[in-house]
Design a protein around this ligand. Structure first.
Ligand code: ZN
Length: 144
């Protein structure tokens, strides 16, 4: 299957092509297609990060739908949100072994912009009012 973004001239943003308020890309991709796209894009984010001198990730919460109903398991993540749909992950950024815990750090902005430019469905948590810079996800039915 060819993705819509490949059919458009360079620089054209597919979300600009809107049908009844939904972008063409949002209408075209099923949940399963998004889940598989997400992992591929995540690989590119990880590859980009490890090319920066001293930058590394560790994994935080990814898919959490299997554990939410177990005793003792709770989560701040929204039910039916990206983490439940296998479309979101939280990553911890380390630079030369030191955790970058400040969500306003420029390194997070660099990663967020890189993520957003990978695909029109990419969403970075640094855009939220309640900044969540280590959250990377794909949009699905208005949820990111
Ligand atoms: Zn998250």
């Amino acid at each position: 299957m060819r993705r819509a973004s490949r059919l458009l001239p360079r620089g054209e943003r597919p979300e600009a092509l809107s049908v009844f308020g939904e972008s063409v890309v949002e209408r075209m991709l099923s949940l399963g297609e998004r889940q598989r796209l997400f992992v591929g894009l995540l690989g590119r984010l990880i590859e980009y990060t490890y090319k920066q001198p001293g930058w590394e990730f560790s994994l935080a919460e990814g898919y959490i739908g299997d554990s939410i109903n177990k005793p003792g398991e709770d989560t701040p993540h929204k039910r039916h949100g990206a983490h439940f749909n296998r479309l979101g992950i939280d990553l911890n950024l380390f630079i030369y072994g030191k955790l970058v815990s400040d969500g306003a750090a420029l390194e997070w902005l660099e990663l967020g912009v890189f993520w957003e430019e990978l695909h029109p469905l990419c969403f970075w948590g640094g855009r939220l009012d309640n900044v969540d810079s280590n959250h990377f996800s794909l949009r699905y039915r208005g949820v990111a």
